[in-house]
Design a protein around this ligand. Sequence first.
Ligand SMILES: *[C@@H]1O[C@H](CO)[C@@H](O)[C@H](O)[C@H]1NC(C)=O
Ligand SMILES: *[C@@H]1O[C@H](CO)[C@@H](O)[C@H](O)[C@H]1NC(C)=O
Ligand SMILES: *[C@@H]1O[C@H](CO)[C@@H](O)[C@H](O)[C@H]1NC(C)=O
Ligand SMILES: *[C@@H]1O[C@H](CO)[C@@H](O)[C@H](O)[C@H]1NC(C)=O
Ligand SMILES: *[C@@H]1O[C@H](CO)[C@@H](O)[C@H](O)[C@H]1NC(C)=O
Length: 470
Amino acid sequence: MKARKNERSKKPRCGGAAAAWLLVPLLVLVVLKTDSLPQLTRHSVAEAPPSPASSDGIAGDGVDGIKGVAAPKISKLSCNFSSERMNVCAMEGDVRMHGRTATVYVVAASNDSYQPENGTVGIRPYTRKWEVRTMEMVREVTIRSSAGPDVTATDVDAAAPPRCTVTHDVPAVVFSTGGYSYNFFHSMTDIVVPLFNTAREYDGQVQLLVTDYDRTLIFKLRHFLGALSVYPVIDLDADDAVRCFPAMRVGIESHKELGIIPALSRKGYTMSDLQGFLRQAYSLKRAWSTPANRSSGQRPRLLMMQRRKSRAITNEADAIATATQIGFEVVVAGPEVVKNMARFAEVVNTCDVMLGVHGAGLTNMVFLPRSATLVQIVPWGEMKWACWSAFREPAPDMGLRYVEYEVTAEETTLKDKYPRDHAVFTDPLSIHREGFDKMWGIFLEGQNVTLNMDRFTGVMQQIYQFITIT
Ligand SMILES: *[C@@H]1O[C@H](CO)[C@@H](O)[C@H](O)[C@H]1NC(C)=O
Ligand SMILES: *[C@@H]1O[C@H](CO)[C@@H](O)[C@H](O)[C@H]1NC(C)=O
Ligand SMILES: *[C@@H]1O[C@H](CO)[C@@H](O)[C@H](O)[C@H]1NC(C)=O
Ligand SMILES: *[C@@H]1O[C@H](CO)[C@@H](O)[C@H](O)[C@H]1NC(C)=O
Ligand SMILES: *[C@@H]1O[C@H](CO)[C@@H](O)[C@H](O)[C@H]1NC(C)=O
């Protein structure tokens, strides 16, 4: 990860100091124009000349400084550390970010601001605060707050903030793509949902800043990110500019696994809002799954999610034949198809039922039309709790019907590895108690599933009856 980051050669924003100075007259023009012509304010970034290192650099820089308006802004910093999922700070006024050092300067914070000890607070902008190991993979962003003129007792940090080299006129949102976000369930629950919660309200007029920049993930999520912000994402760790913003949020807001709690959302967003947003971002056609009319030969579309190395359905061909015979049009999706997020989102959205053994692939449920059905096959080994929190609990808010198929001791390939009197069968929870790695190795990586065709037929017939009409 580190190596990839270093390889990334970032093109300088302007060709050295001389070229930057040439920009000054242009810059003044842009500033004056944006002042008089409101329709030009979409021009977000104004390049300012680099400043001498010895400058005093206190408030009044940036656009104000260029216009010669000396009145310093008063900033405000507020933080919330009370959620068990994440820490967040919001600031406005004169906010400056230096990416390489992951430092935010809140210049001249007002007396009703959050006042951290020694003026410094650190935030790891990822949404699994309760997972110590995950959070260790996330870079800490330091927020340094200096005291404003209305603060008398100054135990606040006095370190001079650097001068702006780039001034943005839209707010910024800072988050990390470290953690587990390479796993699709995690990219959705840890990043996409919280980022929607935090940045959707700006209606595209927001600058996204990413630390622990995962180039693969940013590319994978490009449709979503492009719908969220009209500006390209900035790789903070590689950025040597001092970027100034009128407002910033460090940390994104997660309420629960793969879901939104409207009461905790500033704008009262719901999962339905997120689904609508995703439909637009990925050009998906169906908001609703409607019953198929058997009399006119319609077949509901069943998407079967394949897995290969573990939790594979060993008698998949039988399952496909059975479902087809019942009346479904079966669409099979292997890992290589699922990989292309945008293309697969379209496939998912054309389906009425999505079926698969518990795994990250089921996260694609967010692209199903509402009133579609999710069938989760729960592997052997008391895995219900994990399966419920990942996919069963989020389903209702997405308007999805949820059907569960829990694998029996007869249907797991673990029976070829362990005798029936082994703890794997007699006391699966004792395996859980031996630790996460043991549980993961045996129950998640160590089994495939051989469906009992009589039982499977019964379940699929019920679903078919329920979602079709005559
Ligand atoms: C801080 O976050 C918690 C949990 O997300 C929330 O319940 C609370 O209302 C927040 N406090 C403020 C002042 O926003
Ligand atoms: C604040 O500074 C004092 C003195 O330098 C130091 O002892 C203390 O640990 C610092 N507190 C924090 C939170 O950094
Ligand atoms: C905070 O600043 C305001 C002016 O911005 C002032 O009226 C108020 O008295 C100050 N409060 C304290 C506790 O210093
Ligand atoms: C289903 O299709 C049949 C044959 O085309 C038609 O007569 C019937 O009205 C349809 N049912 C509904 C509910 O649309
Ligand atoms: C599951 O089946 C696949 C072949 O379909 C095999 O390669 C893999 O090793 C099996 N995994 C387990 C845990 O049995």
